[in-house]
Design a protein around this ligand. Structure first.
Ligand SMILES: [Zn+2]
Length: 253
């Protein structure tokens, strides 16, 4: 039996009594856990295994003939329900999209500590309405891609090494950041141009510690550019189309 804290990112009903939950946990990555209908499904156990809950799970591990690890829930205890996320349709849509992204990017048996912190902080900010959902969505999308290996070299222009310029070009296809002087092909559809202020925000989102990451505001104009950039960044690197994102978009406008 093993015990660990995990965020519930998907739940699926199997027949009338059984469920499979997909969870994100620091040391286990993204794994499926079978919840037997026969087990004492007290209300405490049930809320701890609901979508968006962060809970302590006690799990039995079995290894099948193929050597795969199978997980069976024994008991659970809620740490944070993120209850308010469920009360607001836009917040719930955004949390669903975040969960879908995690299910797609996650793998088992890998350290997901940083991604778990990012997600918990995003859910906490959504739950307490600390920042607008649109900004939280951009922060999550951009930082998630950084954590899974797409963080660009942000020290400055990747050619002449200039730390800042009036405009910096970020090409999401090549992952290169170039100043105006060094950028030769700025009209290829993958190129996003950031002025000094916006480039500072981009660096902030990509590099700042999680303690301070969720404590800034942006103008409506800046948010429009951030949204266009973060959605293109995700679409380029993560190919499937996410229905939950379209649904969030319909609700948010
Ligand atoms: Zn340059």
């Amino acid at each position: 039996m093993i015990t660990f804290d995990a965020l519930i990112i998907r739940e699926k009903h199997i027949g009338e009594r059984n469920r499979i939950i997909t969870v994100l946990a620091k040391d286990h990555g993204v794994i499926d856990i079978f919840c037997r209908g026969g087990m004492k499904l007290t209300s405490k156990n049930f809320s701890a295994t609901q979508l968006f809950s962060y809970s302590t799970l006690c799990v039995e591990v079995k290894v099948n003939a193929k050597g795969e690890r199978l997980y069976y829930l024994n008991s659970s205890q809620t740490k944070n329900l993120f209850y308010n996320i469920r009360l607001d349709l836009i917040n719930a849509c955004l949390a669903s999209y975040i969960s879908e992204l995690l299910c797609y990017c996650g793998t088992a048996e890998k350290d997901f500590g940083e991604i778990l912190r990012l997600t918990l902080n995003t859910y906490y900010s959504l739950d307490t309405n600390r920042q607008p959902p649109e900004l939280l969505k951009s922060i999550f999308e951009i930082r998630l891609l950084c954590e899974i290996g797409f963080r660009p070299n942000l020290l400055g222009c990747n050619k002449c090494l200039k730390y800042e310029a009036d405009h910096m070009h970020f090409n999401i296809m090549t992952g290169k950041i170039l100043c105006d002087n060094c950028c030769e092909d700025s009209d290829n559809g993958f190129d996003f141009v950031f002025d000094k202020g916006m480039f500072y925000i981009l660096r902030y989102i990509m590099l700042t510690d999680y303690d301070r990451l969720f404590s800034f505001k942006v103008s409506d104009k800046a948010q429009k550019l951030l949204t266009a950039f973060s959605e293109s960044f995700v679409s380029y690197h993560i190919k499937p189309k996410f229905d939950t994102r379209d649904f969030y978009r319909q609700m948010a406008h």
